[in-house]
Design a binder for this molecule. Structure first.
Ligand code: F6P
Length: 546
């Protein structure tokens, strides 16, 4: 019989207090094969978590926690299409978007896989046409530039993945506009020619104010030069709200649909991935889906102790719920993954930033941590000081490819690798005050000087890190990495006991913004708003000369 959740958590806390792995340096010295014991893999992907303060007992206890929650049962329900998004009564089936064509995944009794592949085929035909120039603009010119207008899940994924897969980008130039700040679209349109520009409006709901406002501006850009009749040829839409798209004036062959069982932050695999497909082509996009599928299969089949998403989630829980660390940093040593931390912020924080459980009762434990990050080596020269010597312990997740895409710049890639490995080693080892003092003395400092400076040059060490290594950042490798993190968020959500698939927390600000627009425009006095908000609005109006 499995333990209760409180019992499993309490056992983990006692285990932590017993100091089983309180000194990582000593743990490595005691077990020279520690790295092989605590590294798991899938294909060429390796996840080394040996620099986290865990041992076999920790893993056993974490496995018991997963069992007490029924993580595997919940996982199977998700893959089977059960309505696990309970507050919205929806299935959660982003995994169906990358399932093999012969898979059978049912929602309300209907196999959704044929619909998924029908949309993929339509996307493929459209992107082929754009890429080979057979689909042209109103004046007969081929499209050289594509603008994706979307925000949140309708932007972050395509932006991140297009940048990540730049070496495979052989289609038209891509631009992404998300912010309602007019500067974003103005800067983007500045150098573009309406005759050769295609605009994709990406919005699951087709109501998001930022996207609809930018779409209207883009429409003016096309209409002012090419006339209203050009809209149909210069626009495409990605949405689940097909009725609303029709009102915008687009023909069926320019609309790529998806379904309410695809969450916005899980939608990169759906029609929302069209910009990426246009950039890298149908085959590379298919490899990207295959990478995610490989992770899906692994997540379903591998035993907990070898299962990357399970282990990544459980170690996340160890750090968050047992050790109490408030945030985690994602540091890709890969410049092309520079938007990956931002992508994971939405994936993780919009999913697991909740305070009530599935039963609507306040949580009695913490939920998701703050997720943040920047690529290395840049971060080393900015915030790594705090990672090494700050008062908070922040677990770090590093990622590095064995091979870059620049064979002529081997030396630079080797430097990148050395830096990545050095940072995790430094965070783990630290440097004692005695070592710091000895180093100062050997470099000629006086005893007094060494005493004075040694505390400043001391590093506590024991700072946990996970390092992911993969051969090369191919479309397959990227798909696999994203799916790994999707499933990690899922595992953690089960243990927090929350619904990872709604996002009611974004609503209040949206409602208030709608109410404040007339105040900002001076059309309303804003009854019901607080004096700070109203005073700020008034100050801004004065500065605007209104
Ligand atoms: O405001 C949050 C959110 O609903 C996200 O969940 C979503 O990814 C984003 O807005 C964009 O929504 P849509 O695709 O419907 O425009």
């Amino acid at each position: 019989m499995s333990k209760t959740i409180p019992q499993a958590l309490s056992d983990l806390k006692s285990h932590r207090d017993s100091g089983a792995v309180s000194d990582l340096r000593a743990a490595f010295a005691a077990k020279p094969d520690r790295a092989s014991r605590f590294t798991v893999g899938l294909g060429d992907l390796r996840m080394d978590f040996s620099k986290c303060a865990v041992n076999y007992e920790t893993l056993t206890l974490l496995g018991e926690l997963a069992e007490s929650v029924g993580v595997e049962t919940q996982r199977d329900r998700m893959f089977a299409g059960d309505a696990i998004n309970a507050t919205e009564s929806r299935a959660v089936l982003h995994t169906a978007l990358r399932a093999a064509p012969d898979a059978d995944i049912r929602v309300d009794g209907e196999n959704v896989v044929p619909q998924v592949h029908a949309v993929l085929d339509a996307m493929g035909a459209f992107s082929d046409g754009l890429r080979d120039g057979s689909i042209r603009g109103a004046t007969g010119k081929a499209f050289t530039d594509v603008i994706n207008i979307g925000i949140g899940g309708s932007d972050l994924g395509p932006v991140m993945a297009t940048l990540a897969l730049a070496p495979y980008h052989d289609g038209p130039r891509l631009h992404f506009v998300s912010n309602v700040d007019g500067a974003h679209i103005a800067d983007t349109l500045e150098d573009l020619d309406p005759e050769t520009t295609l605009i994709i409006v990406a919005s699951k709901t087709f109501t998001t104010i930022e996207t609809m406002t930018n779409a209207a501006t883009a429409r003016d850009f096309i209409v002012s030069k090419l006339g209203k009749a050009a809209v149909a040829q210069h626009f495409a839409a990605l949405s689940t709200a097909l009725d609303k798209v029709e009102e915008f004036g687009l023909k069926e062959d320019r609309v790529f649909g998806f379904w309410d069982w695809v969450g916005g932050r899980y939608s990169l695999w759906s029609a929302i991935g069209l910009p990426l497909m246009i950039a890298i082509g149908r085959q590379n996009f298919s490899d990207f889906l295959a990478g995610a599928r490989a992770m899906d299969e692994h997540f379903q089949d591998a035993p907990v102790g070898e299962n990357l998403p399970m282990l990544l989630g459980l170690i996340g829980i160890w750090h968050r719920l047992v050790c109490g660390y408030p945030s985690r940093a994602i540091i890709p040593y890969d410049q092309r993954l520079s938007r990956f931390p931002a992508y994971l912020q939405q994936l993780d924080m919009e999913s697991n930033g909740k305070s009530v459980g599935l039963d609507g009762q306040p949580l009695t434990t913490a939920s998701g941590p703050t997720v943040w990050g920047e690529p290395g080596t840049n971060g080393q020269h900015a915030f790594f000081q705090l990672l090494h010597q700050g008062t908070d312990v922040i677990p770090v997740e590093f990622m590095i490819a064995a091979n870059g895409h620049e064979p002529h710049l081997q030396h630079q890639h080797q430097l990148l690798i050395a830096n990545c490995l050095a940072q995790s080693e430094a965070l783990m080892r630290g440097r004692s005050t005695e070592e710091a003092r000895a180093q100062l003395l050997s470099s000629g400092a006086s005893e007094a000087e060494a005493d004075r400076l040694a505390p400043h040059k001391t590093f506590p060490g024991n700072r946990p890190t996970i390092t992911f290594v993969y051969d090369k950042l191919t479309p397959f490798a990227l798909g696999r990495l994203i799916a790994l993190y999707e499933h990690r968020v899922f595992v953690e959500a089960q243990i927090f006991g929350i619904n990872a698939f709604d996002q009611w927390g974004v609503e209040l600000g949206k409602e208030l913004a709608t109410g404040l627009l007339p105040v900002v425009k001076g059309e309303s006095t804003g009854d019901g708003h607080d004096s700070s908000t109203l005073k700020l609005a008034e100050t801004i109006r004065k500065m605007r000369g209104e």
